[in-house]
Design a protein around this ligand. Structure first.
Ligand code: FAD
Length: 384
């Protein structure tokens, strides 16, 4: 039995940031990870906006594979919209970044337990939380659950983390090497033939390589479909390319879980569904939420006693800084799910005639809403 003040389950971006913050605040902290190494394999397109990363961390050179300043959206019938007004974005090296974040947590004083799967957890009558692993047990005054999209341990404390089929993108993704990859530009393909209820992405990572993947909404998915569609997509766009690192994974695209805190247990990152439902981006949110959860837990814990009022500040601050933004993305996703390929083609057609330098992601959205008065009304309600 290993005794800690704060135990964090999962060493992805959320868990490592939580561990670093808790340990830096002087709390006896354990970071537990089922894999031998974090991010093995990387289940991510690795795209992030500079602003999103810099909100929580000082970006490090070794984490960045390539810098992107342009994007391209391709409508179901193949109409290309060039987006020239893009905030600086990066394609990360998640493996290096995730390793570094664990190292930083250890440097701050956290104990790291790799190859350790927690199978269940419960609160004992002495008020301590017991986490039961296959061959180790841990006690803690406070638990931070950052165990990713599966979010299994939360169920031990009464959270229903089962995802509705309409709230999960089932993805297949791979690393592709081909001279045909445009290394300057991220591309997004939409349409029922390419990725029903989702999109396909090409994120260039330098050296003739790109992360290529696609997501199919759970309600339109059947076994093997994402992999089948991805294979076809790659063969069509990058014939004779080298394909490696082919994996599948899920992205939660529902609303963030409420409450985020129950007694001395907190949820962070994908486990809390802190993901942008429109594009499936969760790295920046996970980093921010993990750090905030770790800091708040450390502040709330004094000589083994948790001040619940302080712990609840985690949810309040999340809701204020990103929760509302995420709620809007969710509502937008619900609209987009219900528009057909013809609608997406019409939007693309009208945008394709404009000056790419003036087109931003925001303009794409405003044009989408302006094209349909009923959507415009709903949008007003969302953004009021
Ligand atoms: C195909 C795909 C593409 C994506 N592309 C992007 C992108 O381009 N940009 C972006 O911003 N986001 C992207 N995301 C989302 C992003 O990867 C996640 O939002 C982010 O990794 C969440 O971080 P996390 O720390 O919450 O969870 P994770 O990174 O999933 O980490 C959770 C960790 O918990 C561990 N764990 C789970 N259960 C246990 C247990 N019982 N005991 C011990 N350890 C456990 C896991 O092994 C894992 O290491 C993508 C996701 C997928 C699937």
């Amino acid at each position: 039995m290993k005794n800690y003040e704060i135990v964090i389950i999962g060493a992805g971006p959320a868990g490592s940031m939580a561990a670093q913050a808790a340990a830096a605040a002087g709390k006896k902290t354990a970071l537990i990870e089922r894999n031998e190494k974090p991010s093995m394999p990387v289940r991510c397109g690795e795209g992030i906006g500079r602003k999103g990363l810099a909100t929580t961390l000082e970006p490090q050179k070794q984490w960045i594979k390539s810098g992107i300043t342009r994007a391209r959206m391709i409508s179901p019938s193949g109409i290309k919209v060039e987006i020239g007004n893009v905030d600086q974005s990066w394609i990360l090296d998640r493996q290096t970044m995730d390793f570094d974040l664990v190292k930083q947590a250890v440097k701050a004083g956290a104990d790291f337990f790799p190859s350790t799967t927690i199978v269940s957890a419960q609160k004992k009558t002495n008020g301590l939380y017991h986490c039961i692993g296959q061959d180790k047990e841990f006690t803690a005054n406070c638990l931070i659950l950052a165990d990713g999209v599966e979010s299994r341990i939360a169920r031990c404390f009464g959270w229903d983390t089962a995802l509705k089929l309409s709230d999960i993108e089932t993805c297949a993704f791979a690393r592709v090497t081909s001279p045909l990859i445009d290394q300057e530009c991220c591309s997004f393909y939409t349409g029922g033939q390419v990725a029903p209820g989702g999109y396909a992405w090409i994120f260039p990572r330098g050296g003739a390589q790109a992360n290529v993947g696609l997501g199919v909404i759970g309600s339109k998915c059947k076994a093997g479909l994402p992999k089948e569609l991805l294979t076809r997509f790659i063969e069509l766009r990058f014939p004779n390319s080298e394909v490696s690192h082919l994996h599948c994974g899920g992205v939660p695209v529902g609303r963030w879980i409420r409450p985020l805190v129950k007694e001395g247990v907190m949820l962070a990152g994908d486990a809390a569904r802190q993901v942008n439902a429109i594009n499936g981006a969760g790295i920046a949110y996970s980093l921010y939420a993990g750090k905030l959860a770790g800091e708040t837990a450390a502040k709330a814990l004094n000589k083994g006693t948790i001040n619940h009022k302080i712990l609840l500040k985690y949810q309040k601050q999340w809701a204020k800084n990103f929760g509302k933004q995420q709620d809007r993305s969710f509502a937008l996703k619900e609209f987009i799910m219900n528009v057909g390929d013809g609608f997406l083609d019409r939007i693309a057609n009208s945008l394709a005639r404009e000056n790419p330098e003036k087109i931003s992601y925001l303009r794409v959205f405003t044009r989408t809403f302006a094209t349909k008065p009923t959507l415009l009304l709903k949008a007003f309600k969302l953004f009021k």
